[in-house]
Structures are given as C-alpha cells and as structure tokens.
Design a protein around this ligand. Structure first.
Ligand code: URA
Length: 195
C-alpha cells in the first residue's frame, strides 16, 4: 500500500465527528499522486455521498469544464479534495468543529502529496488554508484575484466555489474563476512543474 492508500483506508471508517452517522460513505478525494495541483472544495453533496467521488454533481461539471478549458487537463491529472470528507445533512454548511475534526485528514493528504499549487474553492477552504480558521471574517470576493505564497514554497490561489458561480448565472464570477485558474496554471509553470 502507498502512504495515501494507508491514509485512505483509515479515513474510510472515520468517526471523528457527527457527520459519520449520516453519511453514506467517506469521500476521501480524487488523488493523483504525481500532480503538482490540489483543488480543495467544501464538502460532498448528495451525488458525491452516493458515488464516493468529489465534485460529480452540477458543481463538478463546471469544475471539469473550467479545468479542461483553462488548464487543458481532465480531472485525472489533479488531486481534488474537500475540507470535510462527509456530506453535511441537507447540504448545510460544514460546522467549524467538523472542519476541525477533518483537518487531520486534509493535512495528511497535503503532507503526502506536497502540491506546488493549491486552488481553494470558496470561503471555507480559503479561510481554512489561508488563515487556519474556517470562521475567519475575510470573504472570497476580496481574497480571490491573486496568488498567495503558501507553506514550503507552494502557492495558494483562491477562487469562487463553482456552486456560487452557478448561482450567479455564469456572469462575471465565471470569468473571474477562469482568470484564477489561469493564475494557477502560471504558478505551476513558474514552479517548473507540468500538469
Ligand atoms: N461541492 C464541494 O465543495 N465538494 C464536492 O465534492 C461537491 C460539491
């Protein structure tokens, strides 16, 4: 077993928070061990909970499209994970204690994969990874639009969550999300990596 497979096997039976009692299954993430890019979303929804794969619903279709059109790759070339691995009932926002309980797993993935670039989708992932605090006050609208030097020489690129882009009807937020993905692509090239 690789390090990631060992972590995934342990995570599959996690009961660190109450989401364990309502989930269908743990959505560990789509891992591409050689990829320089990790994308971090919020939480699995109904489709993800059923299929055990992140971003397979409507948000995922948009994410796939933006990845393909702006990065030139399909999802098998990047790692895609969430701040929490289990679906919050009724698709409510994840609670701070749930994000905190799941953080150990997210950190284990970051540690094992050491991505050169991390794209955070929406407020929860951005606040967690930029400030270490999912309840930080700064919002994604102000935080996106630039790259942030991150830990161990990596770069963090915040952008809108695709669900928010869908809610906006695809206007300016879609163009801004695309611009952020281009920013991430440039950071990958600047790190001397390829997708
Ligand atoms: N939204 C997320 O944040 N993550 C998923 O996996 C699906 C939808």
């Amino acid at each position: 077993m690789t390090k990631l497979e060992t972590i995934a096997a342990a995570a599959a039976t996690c009961t660190k928070c109450d989401l364990a009692s309502t989930r269908t299954q743990v959505v560990f993430g789509r891992i591409s061990e050689q990829s320089p890019l990790m994308i971090v979303g919020e939480a699995p929804g109904k489709d993800e909970d059923e299929q055990g794969e992140p971003f397979v619903g409507r948000s995922g279709k948009l994410l796939d499209q933006v990845m393909l059109e702006e990065l030139g790759v399909a999802r098998d070339r990047v790692s895609i994970v969430n701040t929490v691995m289990c679906r919050p009932p009724g698709n409510r926002d994840p609670h701070a204690n749930e994000i905190a309980a799941c953080n150990e797993w997210l950190e284990a993935k970051l540690d094992a994969l050491a991505p050169k670039v991390v794209i955070t989708l929406g407020n929860f992932a951005t606040r967690l990874l930029l400030f270490g605090d999912p309840a930080a006050k700064q919002g994604i609208t102000k935080l996106r639009g630039q790259s942030y030097p991150w830990r161990d020489g990596a770069v963090l690129v915040p952008t809108f969550h695709p669900a928010a882009v869908l809610r906006s009807g695809g206007g300016p937020p879609l163009a801004q999300m695309r611009a952020d993905f281009i920013r991430a692509k440039q950071a990958i090239a600047a790190a001397g990596a390829t997708l």
